[in-house]
Write a protein of this length. Structure first.
Length: 213
């Protein structure tokens, strides 16, 4: 599933030289069931920014659109310099996407994962599987740069212990058919749904651009 769908998403980003759709989908997934992310994008296609009711999510998506070229080019520069497996490089990519309003370390890791980096999104589902709490993956704004980098390093190393493909495939299996995703009833459907969401959010972001919002 990872080799088909996550790789497809990264390829689509490279075609468009753009990360805004991946980032917008990621923001849509914050504190929301995966199955809601496509309808969220559909509302934006219909109503523009007014289709995003939460201010924090709206600010994050606006930032992604304004800074799309920079964010994509910078992430690819990091990939060229360090490669997609380097812990040091992934730390830089995560810090880059943590600049986006409403995006913390875990969701920044999700964006990086969909761009092909060897990291993952250790969300509440994965943390429970690991016996960890969400506070263990939170980064306080008061942390020094050194402490922040140290915490991100530990996170990346934890993800790489089993690798990005493992986390993608097993997460899809874990959430398939659960209370929040009853219509996504198999791991294969869950995985492919990510591609559908990125495609819809690419359309949604372009609608916002065309409206001049």
């Amino acid at each position: 599933m990872y080799k088909r769908d996550a790789v497809d998403i990264a390829y689509r980003a490279s075609i468009h030289n753009s990360v805004m759709a991946i980032g917008a989908f990621t923001i849509a997934s914050i504190q929301a069931g995966l199955s809601t992310c496509l309808p969220q994008g559909e509302k934006v296609v219909e109503y523009g920014l007014a289709g995003i009711p939460m201010t924090n999510k709206r600010k994050g998506i606006e930032y992604l659109i304004r800074n799309d070229a920079y964010l994509y080019q910078k992430s690819m520069h990091i990939a060229d310099k360090y490669g997609y497996d380097s812990v040091d490089g992934i730390i830089e990519v995560i810090l880059l996407f943590m600049r986006v309003p409403n995006v913390g370390m875990v969701k920044a890791g999700f964006i990086a994962q969909m761009l092909g980096f060897n990291v993952a999104c250790l969300d509440s589902h994965n943390l429970k599987r690991l016996g960890m709490t969400e506070s263990q993956t939170k980064i306080s704004k008061t942390l020094s740069d050194t402490a922040k980098r140290r915490k991100i390093r530990g996170y990346v190393e934890l993800c790489q212990n089993k690798g990005t493909e493992y986390w993608w495939d097993t997460w899809c299996e874990h959430v398939a058919g659960n209370k929040a995703n009853r219509t996504l009833d198999t791991a294969d459907v869950v995985s492919r749904y990510h591609v559908e969401c990125v495609t819809k959010w690419h359309e949604a972001c372009n609608i916002i651009i065309k409206k001049g919002e």
